[in-house]
Design a protein around this ligand. Structure first.
Ligand SMILES: Nc1ncnc2c1ncn2[C@@H]1O[C@H](COP(=O)(O)OP(=O)(O)OP(=O)(O)O)[C@@H](O)[C@H]1O
Length: 587
């Protein structure tokens, strides 16, 4: 079934993603600093060659005439010393500075994307597979073995662009002797540099190709030691099986990387030999040209080695290869069209209602014309088989999804406890306070007391301050039911702090029957003015609601009190009797 353009599609990149465009995120002072430093370092080898040539020339002249101009030689020596010292100092700063600039770019990209995702008003956009894919791709280069992201690629590309300045300077020195020597040697340098860059690209492609196997290996290996997986790994005797999979995947990835690295080393040797041959030809040509001074010979030797250093130093294109999918992903996330309409909000009269609401995930329609009006302050239960769309309905009621068609009027002051509520690695106190960060200590403690969670918290190693995770020393690991009490305490706190709509999506599934009934009674007491929507498969609790609706086939098919629905003899009555029968039989 085609549901039409339910989501605003991701717009293809326009204009084309441009790596260098990310540089501005580092800030202009940093860019100027990198530019000046890199330009100096690129020109410095040639400047050293020139000064050396001049120095050697003067020394030779002086030796001939037995009257060396010592002041000129002294100046040249001072200049050479200054160049070498400054060059070495700046060279040691080059890498840290580039890293800093790259880090600033990556941080700015992360910050921007986080705020873009947070700005998406409804959850369906965040849950969109395409958006999640883009976010994963965007983050992935930061996780690869190269540890390089968009920032490093942009800086690399920028530095590669600057190398041309270095090459031109060295070329001019070489051309002083015979004009075409400069361009000819620079052409060879460029070709060899490009060949080397293409070899590295090939290597990176192989490494990227091994990432899935390496990741799989890591996942298998992690399952053997993860405390959550440990119980099944042991009971099913999976250790050897997992180890085999982990080894196979890791070994395969490692072998491909090593083979590729060896091939790369061999090819790099050929580049170096090629350059050695080129340099030899130039040296022989200079030495045999006859009309060249000793100084020019020295300058030529320096310029040739400067060209080699410059052409080999550029890693820019290699980094492009790793980062381009991320650059592409960032461009597409930036192009995410803003939502056309804001999420549903209250009309101010406290009304909460859905009218002819249609909603689906992708092509699959889940709600197919739901109409439901909640009376302020009532406790309404929603029942239905697994997958009927109860949680989906809850997310529409809390404004987290927008209906495809139809109208949702809801209460902005809404709070929900879903089945898969978050278990924050925070203290017990913070785990409850998170529902209303402005709450006072008294309110948090009262909320815990309201759902009978105080005792369990006080028994923890550090009481309220115990981090609720076994990963920490003195951390606490709660049972499923105990965690649900924490989640219910959040709901109680939200109600105490002004929530007008509480959605409880199977919040008591892990509690025993007695605890569940008690929890439900307590929530009723502390909810204040809030309307409560309860989703549950337990009819012992459901029957206590003021009203019950049945969700079936994407619609509300039954609506009434427990007694009314039993008397109607529909699906509710059938489900209720089935559960009641099971209880009788097992009693
Ligand atoms: N984020 C999602 N993306 C795609 N499909 C989804 C998503 N969430 C739910 N669904 C699908 O929508 C349907 C309704 O799911 P929902 O969770 O609303 O049902 P439910 O009535 O709460 O089920 P249960 O009683 O098992 O909790 C299911 O078929 C489910 O697979």
């Amino acid at each position: 079934m085609n549901l039409g353009p339910y989501r605003v599609p991701l717009v293809p990149p326009s204009p084309k993603p441009r790596l260098l465009g990310f540089l501005v995120l580092a800030g202009w002072p940093w860019l100027v600093a990198v530019s000046l430093l890199e330009l100096f370092l690129l020109v410095e080898p040639t400047a050293v060659a020139l000064v050396t040539g001049e120095l050697v020339g003067r020394l030779a002249q002086g030796a001939d005439r037995q009257d060396a101009s010592w002041s000129g030689i002294g100046t040249m020596l001072a200049l050479l010393g200054a160049l070498l010292v400054t060059g070495n100092v700046l060279r040691s700063m080059s890498w840290p500075l580039a890293e800093r600039v790259a880090g600033r770019i990556d941080a700015a990209v992360r910050e921007e994307l986080t705020s873009r995702v947070l700005a998406l008003p409804t959850l369906d956009r965040v849950e969109d597979v395409a958006v999640q894919d883009e976010l994963t791709t965007m983050r992935s280069p930061l996780l690869t073995w190269t540890d390089e992201g968009i920032g490093a690629a942009a800086v690399g590309r920028f530095r590669a662009g600057l190398t041309m300045a270095g090459l031109v300077t060295a070329m001019l020195v070489l051309s002083q002797v015979v004009w075409w020597w400069g361009p000819a040697t620079a052409a060879v340098a460029l070709l060899l540099g490009r060949y080397r860059a293409s070899m590295w690209r090939e290597f990176l492609r192989v490494v990227s190709g091994t990432m899935p196997a390496a990741m799989r290996g890591r996942v298998w290996a992690a399952m053997m030691s993860d405390h959550r997986d440990a119980k099944e790994v042991r009971i099913f005797g999976l250790t050897d099986w997992l180890q085999k999979h982990a080894d196979e995947n890791t070994a395969d990835a490692a072998r491909r990387v090593v083979d590729s690295r060896v091939a790369l080393l061999r090819r790099e040797m050929s580049v170096f030999l090629g350059w050695a041959a080129t340099a030899s030809v130039v040296y022989v040509a200079v030495a045999t040209s006859g009309e060249v001074s000793v100084g020019q010979i020295a300058a030529t030797i320096g310029a040739v080695s400067a060209m080699f250093v410059i052409s080999m130093s550029s890693q820019g294109e290699d980094m492009d290869e790793v980062a381009m999918p991320a650059v592409d992903a960032v461009t597409r996330i930036r192009a995410l069209a803003p939502d056309l309409e804001p999420p549903p909000r209250s009309d101010g009269a406290g009304e909460i209602a859905l009218r002819d609401v249609v909603f689906g995930y992708g092509e699959v329609r889940v709600l197919n014309g739901v109409t439901l009006t909640l009376t302020p302050g009532e406790v309404i239960a929603v029942v239905g088989v697994n997958g009927a769309g109860k949680t989906t309905l809850a997310k529409l009621l809390t404004g987290q999804y927008r209906p495809r068609t139809g109208i949702v009027v809801t209460e902005p002051a809404a709070y929900a406890v879903y089945q898969d509520f978050n278990r924050y690695e925070l203290s017990a106190y913070e785990n409850i306070r998170i529902a209303a960060p402005e709450a006072t200590r008294e309110q948090v403690e009262a909320a815990a007391a309201a759902v009978d969670a105080t005792k369990l918290i006080e028994k923890l190693a550090k009481g309220w301050e115990t981090v609720l995770s076994p990963k920490y020393t003195d951390g606490g690991d709660l049972s499923g039911g105990q965690w649900q009490k924490i989640a219910l305490a959040r709901a109680a706190l939200a109600a105490a702090c002004g929530a007008r709509l509480l959605v409880l999506d199977e919040p008591t599934a892990n509690l025993d029957i007695e605890a569940e009934l008690e929890a439900f009674d307590r929530i009723r007491q502390v909810r204040g003015q809030a309307t409560v929507v309860l989703i549950s498969h337990r009819f012992s609790t459901v029957r206590k609601a003021d009203r019950i609706v049945v969700l079936s086939g994407g619609r509300i098919t039954e609506d009434g009190t427990h007694d009314e629905l039993l008397a109607a003899g529909g699906e509710y009555a059938r489900m209720f009797r089935l559960q009641a029968q099971q209880f009788k039989e097992s009693a």
